[in-house]
Write a protein that binds this ligand. Structure first.
Ligand code: SF4
Length: 457
């Protein structure tokens, strides 16, 4: 490997097979390394904003509020208040004299105007510095307006994106337990960690319906405040993006005894396993129950039908893509596990995989499922990624908005697997879309006209 990593970052990069597994992760980014990571505020915003009937008010300078629905497009089947981004637009005078008055006025005006079911108020860096008492203002307004007004303690500088996930989970936990749970089926679950990009949660909900399982709350894609309030009445929490919502599942287990299960909806293998795991959970919880057995039968039929329909259609892509090289850099590493398996299904080789917020357990799992020589990297930056992509001769890079320009500048195909995408990549149907998108990008004739070969040599 070329010496591109700063010395202090070398232990956050691991090449499988070169030495015994050892990677340093889950720590603050190195100053000056221009990390691909988002801040604490962004971490909380991405988790909470898909709650479509809540007001989302960013308390801070207008720049923070640029992080809106436009760049994180979670869809809603009903209200669309989440698509509006509100900010208190703090100015110099507010920084000197405090922004509490402005925050209170903004909340009162917005609640009157939009009639939300709840309001989330996000702290940003400057609020942490000037010390506005969000808790007190939210309490006052909650009292006056009679809806939950919840401070999200997400000052941008107080840690990395994972601290933002925790702040979001803490905020949602204040809602959970405040709703009525009567009438919820014993075969029920909450969907945690899916954000309904391109409508994915609707497809996942349909699978659960076909299995005969009730979905109580979407947390948070196409989310509703009243559903979240009664989420503690579900029998199971099914957690996809575990980095962002596992803390909430743990808190719910501790306080309300709701067990949780980690799943992934990406790729045929993981999607099928997720449905079977859930069916098995209910069989184990209610041994001998005829409905639990019927759920398993319906699950088997569902997976068979979907896989039978999908595999022949994948064949064309597999033949064309076999042997091509892929690189993955994503926010949470749960997605990376599934992507490694999805690429394997079309006979492609993953040569680089990394994430913004992976834990040691996550990277250990990645080390177990990747091929020797694969670069595994935590909290990377453009310089490192560019160098790895060139060194490995990658054909397609999978990432998000910040990775896209790196790929295009190098003349490499790119697949958006983040919150900006408009195509379903989850579920069985999503696997086909994914293969089609990878195929279109890798095989595109455009690469004949860009200086890819030169930059990759
Ligand atoms: S909270 Fe801080 S780091 Fe995050 S966008 Fe705002 S100013 Fe930037």
């Amino acid at each position: 490997m070329e010496a591109v990593a700063l010395k202090e970052r070398e232990n956050q990069i691991y090449i499988k097979g070169e030495k015994p597994f050892n990677i340093v992760c889950d720590k603050d980014s190195l100053a000056g390394a221009v990390s691909q990571r988002a801040c604490v505020f962004c971490g909380s915003r991405v988790v909470l904003y898909p709650i479509a009937d809540a007001l989302h008010l960013v308390h801070g300078p207008i720049g923070c509020a640029v992080y809106t629905w436009d760049i994180r497009g979670a869809l809603s089947s009903g209200p669309e208040l989440h698509r509006l981004s509100f900010s208190t637009d703090l100015q110099e005078m507010d920084v000197i004299f405090g922004g509490e008055k402005k925050l209170r006025q903004a909340l009162l005006e917005l609640i009157d105007r939009h009639n939300p079911k709840a309001a989330f108020v996000y702290s940003t860096c400057i609020v942490g510095i000037i010390g506005d008492d969000l808790e007190a203002i939210c309490r006052q307004v909650e009292h006056e307006k009679g809806i939950p007004v919840i401070p999200v303690k997400s000052e941008g500088f107080k840690g990395n994106k994972r601290a933002g996930y925790q702040a979001a989970c803490d905020a949602m936990f204040r809602l959970i337990g405040t709703g009525e749970t009567s009438g919820i089926s014993k075969f029920s679950l909450n969907i945690l960690g899916d954000f309904n990009l391109a409508g994915e949660i609707w497809m996942i909900r349909e699978y659960y319906e076909r299995m005969g399982i009730e979905v109580v709350a979407n947390i948070t894609g196409d989310g509703r405040v009243d559903d979240i309030r009664r989420a503690h009445g579900a029998a199971l929490n099914v957690v996809q993006c575990s980095g962002s919502t596992m803390q909430l599942a743990n808190m719910m287990e501790e306080q309300y005894g709701v067990p949780s299960m980690r799943v992934s909806y990406f790729g045929v293998e993981d999607m099928s396993e997720a449905l079977y795991d859930i069916a098995r959970f209910f069989q184990k919880k209610f041994p001998g129950d005829r409905e639990a057995d019927a759920i398993m039968e319906r699950t088997t039929a569902l997976v068979r039908e979907e896989v039978r329909g999908l595999m022949p259609r994948l064949e064309k892509y597999r033949k064309a893509l076999a042997g091509k090289k892929a690189a993955i850099y994503v926010g949470g590493s749960f997605k990376a596990f599934s992507l490694v398996k999805a690429f394997r299904l079309v006979d492609m080789q993953v040569v680089l995989v990394g994430s913004q917020t992976g834990t040691e357990e996550d990277y250990r799992e990645l080390e177990a499922i990747t091929d020797p020589g694969t670069i595994i990297v935590d909290d990377s930056n453009p310089l490192e990624l560019t160098s790895f992509l060139k060194e490995k001769g990658v054909d397609i890079f999978v990432g998000g908005v910040k990775e896209r320009p790196i790929a295009y500048k190098l003349g490499i195909g790119f697949c958006d697997h983040n919150h900006e995408r408009k195509e379903i990549l989850a579920g069985f149907e999503g696997m086909l879309n994914f293969a089609r998108e990878v195929y279109s990008s890798v095989m595109s004739p455009v690469w004949r006209f860009v200086p890819r070969a030169k930059s990759m040599e």
